[in-house]
Design a binder for this molecule. Sequence first.
Ligand code: C2O
Ligand code: CU
Ligand code: CU
Length: 503
Amino acid sequence: MRMTRRRFLQAAAVAGTASLVPLYLSRNAYAGFEPKDFFSPLAIPPELIGRVERGKRIFDMSLQQGTTRFFQGYDTPTAGINGSYLGPVVRVNRGEKVVFNINNQLGEASTLHWHGVHLPARMDGGPHQTIEAGKIWRPEFEIRQPASTQWYHSHMYHRTGVQVYHGLAGLFYIDDEPGRNLGLPDDYGVNDIPLVIQDRNYNRDGSFRYISNMHEQMAGIQGNDILVNGIVRPKYNVTQKQMRFRILNGSNARSYNLEFSDQREFMQIASDGGLLEKPVRLKQVRLSPGERAEIIVKFSDNENVMLQHKPLPGGNKMQGMMGMMARMMSGDDRPFSVMRFISQKPEGQVMKLPEQLATLPAWTADQAAITRRFELNMQMGMGMMGGDRGGGFTINNQSFDPGRIDEVVRLNDIEIWEFTNHSPLAHPMHIHDIQFRILDRNGKLPPLNERGLKDTVLVNPDETVRVITKFENYADESSPYMYHCHILEHEDRGMMGQFVVKA
Ligand code: C2O
Ligand code: CU
Ligand code: CU
């Protein structure tokens, strides 16, 4: 099948109509999540280390279209960075200056946003840094934050969902000396493995099926088939006794509550912004869209274990109309498999993890100059289903307006941002530029693995989450940063605001 620009754009033209025949190439309705199917070798994305010239590390990245063979006999039109689907793991070091040549060969306008990275607003790659088709964008900034697993993705307003769905995303690793000196598994592709988890739907011709009905437009799109690093139902042959997995939920709208099929324990060592203060022992880790977790897992001889999604118990307790909407919109939430791990005779040492991994900024509520409140709402009545532009879910009853600055922050202020969710869906709220710490969820301390640095936090229905952060280093009154829900269909339909930092 020849890849044409038209095919990719078609996906967008279809969005908003409800006319596609609901027949999927992928096995529908969870049949594809049977563990017996998981045999395709996991792909490990290439690393991109760039080249150093005159003291700066330079990366060439090209946004392009291509086709990807997810299923035998079908070439799916996709998009990627320096490849046909997703992009390389960009590796940078703390303290260095980095320059990117972002060459947009997509055939349509796009942007490339550095999610989780602390940088000047003009370099952020948000909706204001549009790269027109055929143009090159050259952001340049310094890496001023600790070792961590960040990522990059398209942030083109109204097009983020469809572009990321087709593949415009990748990982961005920051390395530093303290991180290296801990002796954690860090041999890329050997005992340090990225896992980018996404869910997709397909049409009968093998093309991705993006939004095709009102429900998907409202709730965000949830796929019937899982990809890990762009591979359908993969298996990974573990060769080392102690493994580190850097997991990114790169899905548009689906949250995962991950566990191993044998309920083994693992240690979470890092969250969005880098290492936790101490490793946290877990059996499950929940990741909403945009969130990352680094975990350390032990393997022994002759193991065959699945990573799987286990729905959280309890479900939705909202009453009345909201409760009904909630149950309707959250859709099916049965358990399913994500990928398989096989270990025959794994090698290497199992080291005892350091008790202390990092020292984190200890911002306290009484240091905060201000508490900003953000009410997450669903607009009822006319336009409730969102339409293609605006409406649907809002922040403080407003839809995104690129010409409106919603918040003005003073440089070097510590602030509390308080998100209250009055809507029947959980929203993963994300703030650009900074990493925050969660003060509380409905007044209670968050779980141990949510006490590190974060840039995205899931706010459940009826929940108030307070986060605290400091806005440092970069002020630019004329260039805003975004904050938004990371369900990309919500962001594209206006569940986003913008703030500037003022000196
Ligand atoms: Cu990952 Cu504003 O985005
Ligand atoms: Cu971001
Ligand atoms: Cu949302």
